[in-house]
Ligand binder design. Sequence first.
Ligand SMILES: Cc1cc2nc3c(=O)[nH]c(=O)nc-3n(C[C@H](O)[C@H](O)[C@H](O)COP(=O)(O)OP(=O)(O)OC[C@H]3O[C@@H](n4cnc5c(N)ncnc54)[C@H](O)[C@@H]3O)c2cc1C
Length: 380
Amino acid sequence: MHFSADHDALRETVRDFVARELRPHADEWEAAEGFPDSVFTRMGELGLLGLRYPEEYGGQGGDYFSAIVLAEEMARCGSGGVGMAISVHTEMATPPILKWGTEEQKQRYLVPAIRGERIAALGITEPDVGSDVAGIRTRADRVDGHWRINGSKLYITNGVRCDFILLVARTGSQEDGARGITLFLVDKKLPGFTVSRKLKKLGMHSSDTAELSFNDVEVGDDAVLGEVGQGFYNLMWELQGERLIGSAGSIAGAEVAFEETLKWCKEREAFGRPIGTFQVNRHKLVDLYTEITVAKNFVYSVAERWDRDEYPVAEISMAKLLVGRVTTQVADTCLQLHGGMGYMAETGISRYFRDSRLIRIGGGTDEVMKEIIAKTALGL
Ligand SMILES: Cc1cc2nc3c(=O)[nH]c(=O)nc-3n(C[C@H](O)[C@H](O)[C@H](O)COP(=O)(O)OP(=O)(O)OC[C@H]3O[C@@H](n4cnc5c(N)ncnc54)[C@H](O)[C@@H]3O)c2cc1C
């Protein structure tokens, strides 16, 4: 079994918090295209932002499955963007600080992030470069004993509200490719660091997504996370965690959509009987249920390996690819089974249809996952 009694108790706590403090505001936050920063501080107070961080930094000292419980329960909050923003903060931008940060960096960034007092973002993607991470162009140049950063980042989740960013920048030449990249921790308040635009999106409306620009932003050596020139390799580790938690949250979202649809199919009648009793629909529901169950259990099996400090790159990529396929199928079928109501903004299904599409793009596209699997598992 993947979940202990402690995980079950945590699940109950998070489910209760989500139902009382997030779910009632989901429609309002979707319409406003944003949720308040106080959600971070509240979750920090409840200890939910540091579930698997060591107690010495204010965390709860749990294992990876506590992070999965959080991702799964956040999928019940009715607005995909909230769970995504939290997961960028807890599972994408901050794990590298624990792994490679100096004690000073941990105190300055990780501890307040776990308390929900400083919000984190992760800056990889640029206007001209996404999939080909080794080709990024944002530069950090050594000038008078400092690093001077110039460039821009695109599609950055939490980009508008963040207090700091884990920034991927080029410290070598463009020809150095992956070898010339370094990670930096950069405070948003620094001169030259600006939000150029808040971006409008197909889904995930409650999360903020920004274009950020860096014009002669100066930081010291204490902003370098890990070693100079090691940023690409460290980022690859970060991306495994990002893909895994994204897969766990997405398949949980599919399960919620499925549960709602099953209920609907038992209640909604056509031709004098519940639509779920037509064999064609019953079989559709069975297919979805089977695919969700298989995908979820595959994610759990990979998560167990990740929790044991293994590095199952091919399997993590397969999990994300599989979850992307299943969620697309679930979103389309659930919307169809809702008929006209599935197309209405007032239903969770139409929102889920929009939100769920992101897993096939964010954190590496389906095609990038296939390239990784081809290389690492098939030797192609
Ligand atoms: C809502 C949202 C939130 C995001 N949040 C963040 C964030 O917080 N931080 C961050 O850094 N980034 C973030 N991203 C960016 C995301 O990770 C990238 O969009 C993604 O990695 C793809 O990069 P791209 O958009 O530049 O697409 P491109 O790389 O331009 O790809 C375009 C198409 O070409 C295909 N393609 C590219 N290379 C190949 C190949 N070798 N073989 C076959 N096909 C290929 C791709 O699969 C895709 O279909 C976010 C994106 C979105 C939409």
